[in-house]
Every structure is written in C-alpha cells, then in structure tokens.
Design a protein around this ligand. Structure first.
Ligand code: SF4
Length: 628
C-alpha cells in the first residue's frame, strides 16, 4: 500500500562538493518512523558513521517535516532539526513552529539533510525540488532579522521560508539556535553551531509541490472536532483562553509562587521577589503595555504568539516576539530580576543573535551566583556588576555575550558547564542535565519530570515526554508523586513518553495536550497517511521513536552514568526553606522503573533483542548491537 501524506523524497546535500542526491524514502522507514525527530534519527543512524564528532565534515544536520506539516491539520506546524549536539556530542533534536515546516514540504522534500563543510559561507535555496547554492559571505556576521531581510531582497521574494543562524551559530556557541520566522527557534542543544561549523548560514525554501492526503474529509471532521473542543473541553475556560490570549507567559506568576519556575539559580524562594516583580513579568500584564498583534503558526487555532512594540523604558524595541514562559523565568525569577523590560530585551537579543534563551539565561544565572559567592571579581566579568537582581548588569552581560565583546562573555557563549570548566570554578552552581542548562519546571515540585530531564536522549527538555508533563500526572497529590517505590511511576512515565514522541512525529504542537480531544493524534496520522493505529501500534510507534533516538546514543558509547543532573535540582541537598523544604527526588529509582517498564536492562539501558524485534523497524539497531 502506498503511504499518503508525503512528497516521498529527501535530499542529501554535500556542502564540501556542492552536490546533492535525491532519495525516495524507503516505505518501511516511513511506516515505522514517520516524521520529525524519529524519521531523522533513523536516517542519521543509517547514514552517519558511528562516533562522528559533531563538528566533522561527515556530521549530518537534518531538517525534517512532521507528518502533518502543511496538510491543513490544525496545530500541526512543527518541524525538527536533527544532528549531534556540540554540548554532549550525542544525539540532538530540537523542533520549531512557525511556517517553515510546511514551506519545506512544499519546496519538494519531506526532509533535507546536509553534510560536509563549505569552503566559504553558503546558504541553500530549495525551489520546487531544485537545490541552489548561494554565496552567503555578505550575510556572515548578520543578525537573524538582517539575514532574513537580505535573503528576501536578493531573491525578490517576501514569502520564502528561512531557517538561519545568527552570530551565535557562526561563533559555534554551544547555546546557539536555528531561527525561523524571525522569532521561532529550534534552540536546545546548540544546533546552530553545527550549521556554523559547516559555514552554512541558512536553508531557504519555496515551492508549490503537491502531496496527497489520504482522507481530506476525515481531516476536516477532525479539525471541526478540535474547534468544538476549544469550547467544550475541560480546559476551555481556563488554560485554552489563557494561552490563546497571553501565551505560555500567562503561567509565569502562578509558577513562581509555587516554585515551579526557577528562582535565583534554583536556590531561591518566592519571598525573595516582590509581588510586583512577579506580576509585572506575567504576560497578562505585559500584553496591556506592549501587545500590537497576535502571532499564529501555520494552521493553528490557538495562536499563542504575539508581537510587541516596546516604546517605553530603558530598552525600546520596534518589533519583538512576546517571550514564552521559559524565557520569562530565564531572565526574570532565575536572575532575581523583576523587570519585564529586561526580560523582553534579553529575549529579543537572543532571537536576533540566535541564542537559546533557556541556556543563555541559565549561563547568566550561573555567573551571578559565582559573582555573589566571590568566585569572580568585577574585573574578571568584563567590568559588569553581576549582583543578584541587577538589571543593568544583566543587560550589559547579555549584550557582551551577543556581540562577543569581552573574554568572559565569549567563554559564557559555550554555556555554564564549559565556563565552569574553563575557569575551574563554580562547577557546583551549574544547573544542568547532561551539560545543558535546565528548563524552568522544578523537579522538586513535580519529581516525575526528573527522569525525562536526565535520561531523555536529548537531556534538559521541557517539550519531551514522561510523567509530570501536563495533566493528569502533574496534578497527582504530592504523596503519590513522591512515592518512589510505586511501580506505577514507570507505567505513567512510559505512557507520557509515548504521547510526547507521537507529538514530535506528527509535528503537533505541545499545546495539543489540551487543545486536541482524546485520540486526535492517531486520527490525524491515519487521515494523512492511511496507516491505521490501534492501541498497540500507537504505543509501539511512541516507544520505537524513543528507542531509535536512544540507540543512536548507545551506539555512540553512552553509559548510564553519563546521564547527569545537578544535585540542587533534585533536592540534593534539600532546601531548608520555601515550598520545596525537605524534598529529595530519588532520581535513579525513577529511572530504574522507567527502564524496567520499557523492558530494558536498567544498568546498561540496552533493550533485549526480543524487545527490539517486537517494536519492528529495528533491523539496523539489532545488527549493530547483536550482529547479523
Ligand atoms: S499554540 Fe502557539 S506555538 Fe503552538 S502551533 Fe499554535 S501558535 Fe504555534
């Protein structure tokens, strides 16, 4: 049976030779791995030699559509960038919304993979299947907005899709993002550096390539059900309108008070901030001051984005994307700052220079704690006073990090762990998972997130899955969540993984957890592709997705002890005041239960051959692990 919903092709571009090959997707690969990070992991597992360093010519970076990108399915715009991470030198995937995913598919490919290193800066234009190499020497050094403007002018086309790096990626920053639609970021794990190493400034696409959808009427009916659910679902009067009107930043105030958002490099408590400082950063307040219009990704009925114009205060900005919750916490409570102007300024700088806001804010928080403990003098920080809550000092350091104007700022470009190692100081204040700065949901409040943060093949992600990510498990009573001998922990965790992996495969946005009626993800996958998913097949799809990403790391030599998490994040040592007093997360017990529930050996994290065979599509993994 032919699988619908795809162009059916991917391109492998070699920047060294400036040639490309076009491949038909293997139908088995589409059936088993479908889209997003999962399909990308399968291609990189097969096509990239094991143990290739992230910065080697043979290293591959891929841009992969979600199954539903461009099909008209609501809230399904996300594409995924796959590569190795410069931070971990292991697997990395990072997804982004906007319009780029659907534009990529319409340009003639379901995925484009890029290897080699260009002799000089280059961008590639994909135009209805044709791939054209453009000199990007003039673009090198430009910010994201400048690059987009210059490419659109050169091509005389205001509508092309552009995913680009800014100066951060060119500088090979471990915190560098790939930006599309100006304000949207595939950010975590440093994928911008992989492009920077290749002298690869941007991937640009346009076209009107057609692809069929298996059941158009069925898809329309699903969209109607999604619209109905926005009025009748259990969160229709609460979270749905909050996100639709104010974005994820509407959660900031409540999150700080319950200490889900980080405070003072994860060592502080809510009472160290004033009520006004907490409230003023929440987007329900900032929208009143600066919101100009709503921003919506492709075919999204929620529309959680907004454009701000900031005319008042110390950091005026003509046009900027409203900060997400994560960025509000990264530049607000975690720095003990209560300035919405500063939050927006740092968010704007990160977007324009191409940095991951979460890691960027985490690196500053590390520097502030080190400074407060006397580990750095003002002479060493480039003359910046990094006292907790010093808004001006944060702005100065942020600008220096973006422009690379001090040695301290340049060292911080590679994140807090690299900086601590470089200076030989402050290692205990690096708040990380696997070397990547922590996202802003506190494991001490919701211990279920710990296994995901520590052991997902991409550590430190707020958009990966497991128990604890959204209702109902995050709403369990604390005594249930803290019962680390309850085997249900593993059951809930695997169920959450399946859900999140399928989200990534489909290109479904994170908000679909509440914006989709139950069963919608399966229904969309079937309406688009024609493939059927009963409960067992659906579970296998999610587990297979996690497994192929994980097995990439196992082949690279990852051991269980390589999956690290900062002690403070899990109450080691426990807080002595505030909402998390006395809470200690038994992180390794949670991981043991997860691996057991997956059917794997908890010590080695390796699945038995029979488990891999049962999943299907794992021939290459089995051959690598077990031979033949
Ligand atoms: S909810 Fe927000 S991030 Fe998600 S697809 Fe819609 S506009 Fe984009």
């Amino acid at each position: 049976m032919k699988i619908s919903g795809y162009v059916g092709k991917y391109a492998m571009v070699d920047l060294t030779t400036r040639k490309y090959d076009i491949h038909d997707f293997d139908e088995e690969d589409l059936r088993y791995f479908m889209g997003g990070a999962t399909l990308g992991a399968k291609i990189l597992f097969d096509r990239m030699p094991a143990k290739t360093p992230w910065d080697a010519p043979e290293s591959i970076i891929g841009f992969v559509c979600g199954v539903a990108n461009g099909t008209g399915a609501l809230i399904s715009p996300r594409y995924t960038v796959v590569s190795k991470s410069p931070v971990t030198n292991m697997w990395n995937d990072a997804n982004s919304g906007g319009h780029f995913g659907p534009q990529l598919r319409r340009s003639g490919y379901d995925a484009v993979f890029v290897k080699g290193i260009s002799e000089k800066p280059v961008y590639i234009l994909i135009d209805n299947g044709k791939i054209i190499f453009h000199d990007a020497s003039k673009l090198w050094g430009m910010t994201v907005q400048q690059t987009e403007d210059a490419i659109r002018e050169e091509l005389s086309d205001n509508k092309v899709g552009i995913a680009t790096i800014g100066p951060a990626g060119e500088r090979l920053s471990y915190m560098s993002a790939i930006m599309n639609d100006t304000h949207r970021a595939a950010a975590r794990g440093g994928p911008g550096a992989v492009m920077g190493k290749k002298n690869f400034k941007a991937i640009v696409c346009r076209g009107n390539t057609r692809f069929d959808v298996h059941d158009k009427e069925g898809l329309l009916a699903i969209n109607n059900a999604i619209m109905d659910w926005s009025k009748t679902g259990p969160l229709a009067d609460t979270i749905y309108p909050l996100f639709a009107n104010h974005g994820t930043g509407g959660l900031y105030e409540g999150s700080v008070y319950q200490s889900d958002a980080s405070i003072k490099n994860w060592g502080g408590i809510p009472s160290e901030l004033t009520d006004d400082a907490i409230k003023s950063i929440t987007t329900t307040e900032t929208d009143k001051r600066w919101k100009v219009k709503k921003y919506t990704c492709n075919a999204c009925s929620v529309g959680c984005g907004a454009i701000y114009e900031i005319k008042d205060g110390s950091y005026p900005i003509k046009e900027t994307g409203r900060p997400e919750y994560e960025s509000g916490a990264a530049f607000g409570s975690n720095l003990l700052c209560g300035s919405p102007e500063l939050v927006n300024w740092c968010n704007y700088l990160c977007n324009d220079y191409g940095f991951d806001t979460i890691s960027f804010g985490g690196a500053i928080a590390w520097a502030m704690e080190c400074f407060s403990k006397g580990l750095f003098t003002i002479g060493e920080t480039g003359g910046v006073d990094l006292s907790w809550g010093n808004t001006e000092g944060v702005a100065q350091l942020a600008e220096a990090m973006c422009k690379g104007t001090s040695e301290f700022a340049l060292v911080l470009n590679n994140g807090s762990l690299a900086a601590a190692k470089h200076y030989g100081r402050g290692l205990e204040y690096v708040m990380h998972m696997g070397g990547i700065e922590a996202p802003h949901h506190d494991p001490r409040l919701n211990p279920g997130v710990t296994r995901t943060f520590q052991y997902d093949p991409t550590p430190g992600r707020h958009v990966k899955g497991g128990q604890g990510f959204g209702p109902p498990t995050s709403l369990l009573p604390i005594e249930v969540k803290y019962d680390f001998d309850d085997p249900e922990q593993g059951v809930r965790d695997v169920a959450g993984v399946i859900d999140a992996e399928v989200k990534g495969i489909g290109g479904f946005c994170e908000v679909t957890g509440f914006a989709f009626p139950p069963g919608t993800k399966q229904r969309i996958l079937t309406a688009v592709t024609g493939l059927e998913f009963d409960g067992e097949e659906y579970d296998k799809l999610g587990k297979r997705s996690y497994t192929i990403r994980h097995m990439f790391n196992i082949r690279e030599g990852m051991k269980r002890e390589d999956n690290t998490i900062a002690g403070r994040l899990i109450g080691k040592p426990a807080m002595t005041e505030g909402p998390h007093t006395g809470r200690v997360v038994e992180n390794e017990k949670l991981a043991d239960m997860f691996f057991k529930e997956m059917g794997w050996d908890p010590k080695t994290m390796i699945p038995p051959k029979a488990v891999l065979e049962e999943l299907g599509g794992m021939d290459a993994v089995i051959a690598d692990l077990y031979g033949g």
